[in-house]
Write a protein of this length. Structure first.
Length: 364
């Protein structure tokens, strides 16, 4: 199934008009990809009533023709700057106003464009990100495949686990396995934490060996055809402190409680509270400091964000992580993460790796 880039641009254009603007400049490279299919950088998208135009340079003329053949292009050479090109297009179109992505444009660029573009620049925030939060069928299919690749890679890692492997070796092998199964790369540097280092939510892999503890947290994901996945599991290869077993059971119950709450019109805060309240009632409330989850797609972290401070409700075709955690410095940490699709009547757990405590036990 091919992405319908024209439909995505039409949806954005309807919002531009509804907000009283008559042109829009997309400068964030991820948003340009989402709206056009072009996967390079140093390129922006200008749209108004008459044109939908990629503004780029000679390095990308062939790539744009291959990836975005339906779009007009303005290709500059070394004698022109990006600002000159944008200003030239805008002056010829004579818009009365131009929306810009305030979160993705520097003050310097805003000021320079304001000097050269013959219309007011209007800050906008999150319009395309909000649109990206609702996945279309092509995106859902790509995310399913990304999850499948990630899970197959993890199964190999699990089957090959030995006590003399280091966190860093596991991370490097994860990258290899993701590529071997068809991924383009890891969605982020894998997080591998052995023993007490599992209490570092975003710890960087080191030379610590699995055999030093036998308890290891692995957080990983892949990019497949431009779309991410994001998963976390714990592996247990030796006897562990009873407190770690307690927090594992608590985190799993919290995750299942939160997933059960996900459905259209459920608030982000209420779903977060389902997990956070259970963890707090177990006496570990101060040990769960991050949000419950986030959306992902073209980026591994994107709208929506599920936390105690995020307003908003779930809508069909949103895809989010659900990843509660408890982290005890000096002892260890547990995070369990799955990828969830919001459906018309509830949700579908897209990831399928087992997560009961018994399923975590491995022989090394």
């Amino acid at each position: 199934m091919k992405p319908d880039y024209e439909r995505r641009r039409e949806k954005l254009w309807r919002r531009v008009g509804a907000e009283g603007l008559d042109s829009f400049l997309v400068t964030d490279v991820t948003n340009v990809t989402y709206l056009t299919g072009f996967t390079g950088d140093s390129t922006c998208l200008y749209i108004d009533r008459e044109r939908q135009m990629l503004i780029s340079d000679t390095r990308y003329s062939t790539q744009i023709a291959e990836e975005s053949p339906d779009l007009q292009t303005h290709i500059r050479d070394a004698s022109s700057t990006p600002i000159d090109s944008i200003a030239r297009i805008a002056k010829s179109a004579k818009p009365k106003s131009m929306g810009v992505e305030s979160a993705h444009i520097s003050k310097w660029l805003f000021d320079k464009l304001s000097e050269k573009v013959a219309c007011p620049l209007v800050d906008t925030e999150g319009w395309i990100e909000e649109q990206r939060a609702i996945k279309d069928e092509s995106e859902i299919a790509k995310i399913r495949e990304s999850i499948r690749v990630s899970e197959r890679a993890f199964q190999v890692i699990r089957s090959q686990l030995t006590g003399d492997q280091t966190e860093r070796q596991i991370a490097h092998n994860m990258e290899h396995q993701i590529r071997a199964f068809g991924g383009s790369r890891c969605a982020f540097e894998p997080i591998v934490g052995v023993g007490a280092r599992s209490a570092l939510p975003h710890g960087t892999p080191t030379t610590t060996r699995i055999g030093e503890s036998g308890f290891v947290l692995v957080d990983w994901g892949s990019f497949v055809d431009g779309y991410a996945s994001d998963l976390t599991r714990v592996l247990v290869a030796a006897k562990i402190p009873p407190k770690l077993r307690t927090i594992y059971d608590t985190v799993l119950k919290a995750q299942l409680a939160a997933i059960a709450k996900i459905r259209p019109d459920a608030t982000f805060k209420s779903v977060d509270a389902a997990a956070r309240g259970l963890i707090a009632n177990a006496g570990f409330g101060k040990k769960f400091g991050h949000g419950l989850g986030h959306g992902f797609g073209l980026q591994v972290h994107e709208s929506p964000f599920v936390s105690p401070i995020r307003d908003g409700v779930f809508q069909p075709n949103m895809i989010v992580t659900v990843e509660p955690g408890i982290y005890l410095p000096g002892i260890g940490g547990v995070r369990i993460e799955d990828d969830i699709l919001v459906t018309k009547n509830g949700n579908e757990v897209l990831s399928s790796l087992p997560k009961s405590f018994d399923a975590c036990i491995v022989d090394i």
